[in-house]
Design a protein around this ligand. Structure first.
Ligand code: NAI
Ligand code: MG
Length: 483
């Protein structure tokens, strides 16, 4: 018997209104892992109604910021209690070794909730001196009010962590939510919703509707009672969401991935740079929005760097994520497997040289070899498109100006790393790079306190930190005439 996951609406599990289900394949074996409710418009309607009732006049709407913060703190404690199980749910659903989410996703998710909890009673307005009103003295002040019901549309790559980035902040701000997890990964979101109940968050504040994005997304995005859509995923789906939301003037926050450069200068600690770049390239089978897939390496060290990176790639043990010693599991879906292999084929066709890995054969699970290309140009498709798999492209550069030019010659701008021993150069280059987050001598130093989001086509808005919480508020001004 496989597990049958249901929605979680208004504090209760629920089937789809028409009883429809979808099957969740196991990427590691190709067999069926579980089923989940395939949500309908009617399910979304019920979930939004529950969220709206809590937002407008429900117990949640009357709770103080301090009380909300306490709920979020309790939620963080419960996520910590169940951390291993949550990490395993996310790992199993996408064929990933559980050690990774245990090490990174869960600690980050817990810390994010605690950070957000701390903001809940510190969302303050201002008093603003003005010239008065028609010669009469006034008092003007602002308040930061919650925007309302949020639709949180989440991808499958690091589901719990991304859900917590959205959930902690929106709860701190006083919003309510309908979470739409990716079809492949409903498990951790459903467990999280149950933990919300245990944490004392009133029923209806956090709802989860599972199923297909193409069916549920438009209903959520066009729903008159949804005030904001927060989305992490592909640019294509992000654009579709923005189009739907535009005529209705809804708030939209988008995190859309990237084609992030990792720039290695010839004065860098090569060993550290190779290790860091390999992590940036291969973590989570390369299915990371901040994956550092363009390796811009000074020409003097390009060959030795490539040789060492290729050796790391060839040494990674790829296999069933349940096996002890597996370092890289399967990619998340057949679609991912085919997309990644297509790009590897195109890389060779366009003239880049394979130095590690290559096209993988389909087997029982969807395993892709860690792959490194060299001799590549920045206009090849492997250097322009987000492959979302373990595929890196080494591109040599001659000097700092060229490194910056290549780094910025992309439609994306989410993250970057700079590897150098020269402090002034590190900051100079970091400042020039068009990206939301730059790591100097480290890949993707994400942290709950640090705002996260993209420049250019990597998205709109910021998550985490205070900016992430304020993004779920409207600033309102009130003026009183004093005499
Ligand atoms: P996607 O962007 O289509 O899916 C992400 C979420 O959006 C899922 O919850 C999905 O159900 C939902 N969705 C799908 N169609 C929708 C629609 N019309 N309206 C509203 N929501 C919708 O990404 P997908 O198809 O899973 O992966 C394709 C590629 O997208 C990947 O290969 C990768 O390049 C990129 N991607 C980037 C991510 C990131 O973290 N930046 C995460 C996931 C995918
Ligand atoms: Mg899609």
């Amino acid at each position: 018997m496989t597990e049958a996951y249901q929605h979680f609406i208004d504090g209760q599990p629920a089937d789809a209104s028409d009883g429809a289900i979808l099957t969740l394949p196991d990427p590691a074996t190709g067999t069926t892992l579980a089923t989940s409710a395939a949500g309908t418009a009617a399910d979304v309607e019920r979930a939004v109604a529950a969220a709206h009732a809590q937002f407008k006049g429900g117990a949640w709407s009357r709770m103080s910021g301090a009380a909300r913060g306490l709920c979020i703190h309790r939620l963080a404690d419960l996520v910590e209690r169940d951390a291993e199980a949550l990490a395993d749910m996310d790992a199993t659903a996408i064929g990933r070794p559980p050690a990774e989410p245990r090490m990174l996703d869960l600690p980050n998710a817990i810390a994010t909730l605690r950070h957000a909890a701390g903001w809940a009673d510190k969302i303050e307005g201002r008093t603003i001196p003005t010239a008065g009103y028609m010669g009469r003295p006034t008092l003007s002040y602002t308040e930061r009010l919650p925007v309302g019901v949020v639709a949180a549309i989440v991808p499958w790559n690091t589901p719990l962590m991304i859900t917590c980035w959205k959930l902690g902040a929106l709860l701190a701000a006083g919003c309510t939510v309908v979470i739409k997890p990716a079809e492949q990964t409903p498990m951790s979101a459903l467990h999280l919703a149950k933990l919300c109940r245990e944490a004392g968050i009133p029923d209806g504040v956090v709802n989860v509707v599972t199923g297909y994005g193409a069916t549920l997304g438009p209903v959520l995005c066009e729903h008159p009672k949804v005030a904001k859509i927060t989305f992490t995923g592909s640019p294509e789906t992000g654009a579709a969401i923005q189009r739907l939301a535009a005529p209705l003037f809804k708030h939209v926050a988008l995190e859309l991935g990237g084609k992030s450069p990792q720039i290695v200068f010839d004065d860098a600690d090569i060993e550290a740079a190779v290790g860091g770049c390999a992590m940036g390239l291969f973590f989570n089978q390369g299915q990371v929005c901040a994956a550092g897939t363009r390796l811009l390496v000074h020409e003097a060290i390009a060959e030795v760097f490539t040789e060492q990176l290729a050796a790391v790639a060839e040494g990674i043990r790829v296999g069933n994520p349940a096996d002890e010693g597996t370092q890289m599991g399967a990619v998340a879906s057949r679609g991912q497997f085919e997309k990644i292999n297509d790009y590897i084929r195109r890389g060779s066709e366009e003239g880049a040289r394979l130095r590690a890995g290559g096209v993988s054969e389909a087997g029982d699970g969807w395993y892709v070899k860690p792959t490194v290309f060299a001799g590549a140009a920045n206009d090849m498709s492997i250097a322009r498109d987000e492959i979302f798999g373990p595929v890196g492209t080494v591109i040599p550069f001659a000097d700092e100006a060229e490194a910056i030019a290549i780094a910025n010659d992309t439609r994306y701008g989410l993250a970057a790393t700079v590897w150098t021993a020269d402090v002034a150069r590190a900051h100079r280059v970091a400042r020039e790079i068009e990206a939301g987050a730059v790591g100097i001598n480290a890949w993707a130093p994400i942290d709950p306190q640090l705002p996260w989001g993209g420049f250019k086509q990597s998205g709109l808005g910021r998550e985490c930190g205070l900016a992430g919480v304020l993004a779920y508020t409207e600033e309102k001004t009130t003026t009183v005439v004093l005499d």
